[in-house]
Design a protein around this ligand. Structure first.
Ligand code: ZN
Length: 354
């Protein structure tokens, strides 16, 4: 869904250039490749006080905590990057954001190692671990050990310390004109599961074809998502459940890879592609992890799909070209018997703009 209708750069520019009434400051968001994690910026407390609003200064420089359920990024689900409000350092990706129920925006991992810095914090009679921006030293919040998989960590952040930058804008290097051309900015939409006519384009292929007992179905929900669910069985040398599209030319030439928005159960699934040249030949696959009950966007470049045949990796095969994709599928084969559930919001092809 294209729900990235957050503040535009125009508004931010006005705010930062109007020093008469100190409003919320937002440092220009920096792209990860534009800022060296080892780079430090230093300002005096007087400079920070002049730059930041009183509430921002209280949190990021005086290590205050905003009240729970008051921050703009707490119940906020758009896709993009959260930057340090004081210096623009990219800190967290929305893909690692989850609803912790605490009233503060929570993430299970920073965007990249070295972007945040942690320190022991024994204030207020508690043993906690403080999280700071590694670039400017802004206090961001704390990290706790009760988060979800895959890390088990909960980065509990102050909303006011973060500046959000929507994904579509980052990909194009601009934040203007959102919503005018959804396809061009977000890539090519392949499935959004909004119409029942899409259901006829998916077929189920389980290990029953080889005598296995795994069960699955692909349902289309009233919310406009697809639900791939069932029970994986390892009986009779089985162990896989899958759904795939009927062969079609998706016209993905020139795209960098596939992006899927999924909500899973913590199991590891695979995205699988086939070409018309080898309909019963190689499959190109790439595994992805899911976070229980949390929407995540998975992006896989076509070059990262591994050519396989009957479960074996094929060497010396060229990477799949987007133009040759004729089937798209999801497979579960993680060697764990039991129920599974993967909800899919959409499938897109994306294009890297560099
Ligand atoms: Zn910073």
């Amino acid at each position: 869904m294209n729900n990235t209708d957050t503040g535009s750069t125009d508004v931010q520019a006005q705010e930062t250039s109007t020093h008469a009434t100190p409003g919320p400051y937002r440092a220009p968001p920096l792209a990860p490749e534009k800022v060296d994690p080892a780079e430090r910026i230093e300002r005096s407390e007087e400079e920070w006080q002049a730059l930041l609003s009183p509430q921002q200064y209280y949190v990021v420089r005086q290590k205050g905590t905003e009240r729970a359920f008051t921050g703009e990024h707490n119940d906020f689900k758009a896709e993009g990057t959260y930057h340090c409000v004081a210096c623009g350092n990219p800190l967290f990706d929305s893909a690692a954001k989850y609803d912790s129920g605490t009233g503060w925006p929570s993430f299970w991992a920073p965007i990249q190692e070295g972007r945040v810095h942690t320190e022991a914090d024994n204030s207020l009679g508690m043993a906690r671990t403080e999280v700071l921006c590694a670039r400017c030293g802004a206090h961001l919040g704390h990290v706790f050990g009760d988060g979800p998989p895959p890390t088990g960590l909960r980065y509990c952040m102050n909303s006011i310390a973060l500046n959000f930058s929507p994904a579509a804008a980052e990909a194009r290097g601009t934040t203007t004109g959102q919503g005018e051309n959804c396809v061009a900015q977000d890539g090519k939409l392949i499935f959004d599961f909004q119409g029942q006519d899409e259901a006829a384009r998916w077929v189920r292929v389980n290990d029953g074809v080889m005598g296995g007992l795994s069960q699955s179905e692909m349902r289309f929900t009233a919310e406009g998502t697809a639900l791939f669910e069932g029970t994986l069985s390892l009986e009779n040398n089985g162990g896989f459940a899958s759904v795939r599209t009927i062969p079609d030319d998706f016209a993905l030439g020139g795209y960098t890879g596939l992006a899927v928005r999924v909500k899973g159960d913590g199991r590891r699934y695979m995205l699988r592609l086939r070409t018309d040249r080898y309909l019963d030949g190689p499959a190109y696959e790439s595994g992805f992890d899911t976070v229980p009950d949390t929407w995540v966007t998975v992006r896989v470049p076509f070059r990262d799909f591994v050519p396989t045949f009957r479960g074996r990796r094929l060497r010396n095969m060229p990477a799949i070209d987007g133009a040759d994709v004729r089937q798209i599928g999801f497979m579960l084969a993680d060697k764990q018997a039991g129920p599974f559930r993967l909800e899919i919001d959409w499938i897109k092809a994306y294009e890297d703009v560099s």
